[in-house]
Design a protein around this ligand. Structure first.
Ligand SMILES: Nc1ncnc2c1ncn2[C@@H]1O[C@H](COP(=O)(O)OP(=O)(O)OP(=O)(O)O)[C@@H](O)[C@H]1O
Length: 401
């Protein structure tokens, strides 16, 4: 394996919202929590810090809002060196979400969300409107939940309030420290989905800490993998972390099943698709049978090129009339850019030997089979290893070996 890598592209100064420049932290007792860390987060990007317990993730994050003072190096937020600015003012411009949220127990949910706007002197009406708007944004009903107290909500709902509170003053930067780890796996997965949708809307610059590689892969635009002593082992996009771990430590950390994890970060592309015969709903069965040639089945489209179903060669030889009298509906489909994981679970759910791939609002593009799905996965792994585009990869097959 190669040594640690740090890949950057498009790194103009305006692009960088958070920059750590050779930052270190040695605690008073001599513990080296972070060692000369250089790392940046681009505007609107979500970077996940991941690594085993005690590797310095939380320390790194807390140095950005100065809850911990670095012992070396410099930190920039939006181009400004924040190492020596007033920490209280700094923190007002940086949203902070932590595990177990830390809501004020004797304040209503609405008031909890409005804490920062209150601190910075917004009038009551504006605070209330903002709180209600944010509760809605994170999937809570302001009328039902806004007047309740923290203990009257579920753990997942409290985490949502934590996110709403962090967004209240519309800070450009969010720091999130294991925000979803105190809830059960099902709620956690829901919160992650909602959070991704929310981030699509609000596009904040986010530094996110977790010790869970699955969460990192799901949420991160880029992932920084740390090992003990706050040493950065690899900083790259999820596909590259899974497909081409830079060190043995990263390979161990992401796990032997990284090929499977990779399914969730590899999108279906047009190059992966097969193109079986296609017939039209209005075709005569005989014409359709002829168009199928040697194939046992064909995809059926309507007049606008949308997926209508499928028809078998046998139906065309035993039946009469037109395709639409015999075609079967096709329930198993995905959209272009869905992940291979979504495609694979769709195949399993419908027990289907192939699934249709649609793009551009319902337009049929081709099909994906278990074998093309496997090829797509191998191609994306090879592409990362060779650092080329996926369609430039020539895969060896067992027959070639
Ligand atoms: N206030 C402190 N004084 C001394 N050592 C500390 C202090 N805070 C953290 N440490 C030590 O610094 C190292 C990094 O801690 P940190 O909390 O940053 O790790 P982490 O990666 O966030 O861990 P976890 O995943 O368990 O939260 C650990 O060895 C920890 O014991």
């Amino acid at each position: 394996m190669n040594g640690p890598v740090e890949r950057h592209s498009d790194d103009s100064t305006e692009q960088r919202m958070i920059r750590l420049d050779g930052v270190s932290k040695t605690y008073a007792d001599g513990t080296v929590a972070v060692h000369e860390l250089t790392l940046d987060v681009r505007r609107g990007e979500l970077v996940v810090l991941v690594g085993p317990s005690g590797c310095g993730k939380t320390t790194t994050m807390k140095m950005v809002n100065r809850l911990v003072e670095p012992t070396g190096g410099r930190i920039f937020v939006d181009g400004r060196d924040v190492t020596h600015v007033d920490p209280v003012g700094l923190r007002r411009g940086i949203g902070y979400v932590i595990q177990n949220v830390g809501l004020f127990p004797h304040r209503s949910i609405e008031d909890n969300v409005a804490v920062v706007p209150e601190l910075v002197g917004w009038p009551a009406k504006r605070r209330r409107e903002r709180a209600r708007e944010l509760l809605e944004l994170v999937g809570l009903d302001p009328t039902t939940h806004g007047t309740r107290y923290p203990h009257e909500l579920s753990g997942g709902q409290r985490q949502r309030v934590g996110v709403a509170r962090a967004l209240a003053a519309d800070p450009p930067v969010l720091l999130m420290d294991e925000p979803f780890s105190a809830v059960d796996p099902v709620v956690r997965s829901q919160l992650q989905d909602e959070f991704l949708r929310l981030q699509d809307d609000v596009r904040k610059t986010i530094l996110f800490v977790t010790h869970d590689i699955e969460e990192a892969v799901r949420l991160g635009d880029r992932i920084a993998v740390f090992k003990q002593g706050g040493v950065l082992e690899q900083f790259d996009n999820p596909a590259a972390i899974l497909g081409a771990p830079a060190t043995d430590f990263v390979a161990d950390f992401v796990g032997a099943d990284r090929g499977l994890k990779r399914l969730s970060v590899t999108p279906v592309t047009e190059a992966d698709l097969e193109h079986p015969p296609v017939v039209n709903l209005e075709d005569e069965l005989a014409t359709a049978g002829f168009a199928m040639g040697e194939s046992n089945w064909a995809v059926v489209l309507d007049a606008e090129g949308r997926l209508a179903g499928w028809v078998s060669q046998e139906m065309t030889t035993t039946g009469t009339g037109r395709v639409h009298d015999h075609a079967r509906r096709m329930e198993a489909w995905v959209e272009l850019d869905d992940s291979l994981k979504v495609a694979f679970s769709e195949m399993l759910q419908w027990n289907a030997g192939w699934i249709a791939v649609l793009g551009d609002g319902d337009r049929y593009l081709g099909v994906l089979t278990p074998s093309t799905l496997h090829t797509a996965l191998r191609r994306s792994v090879e592409a990362d290893l060779l650092d080329v585009a996926p369609d430039e990869v020539v895969l060896e097959t067992v027959q070639d070996a």
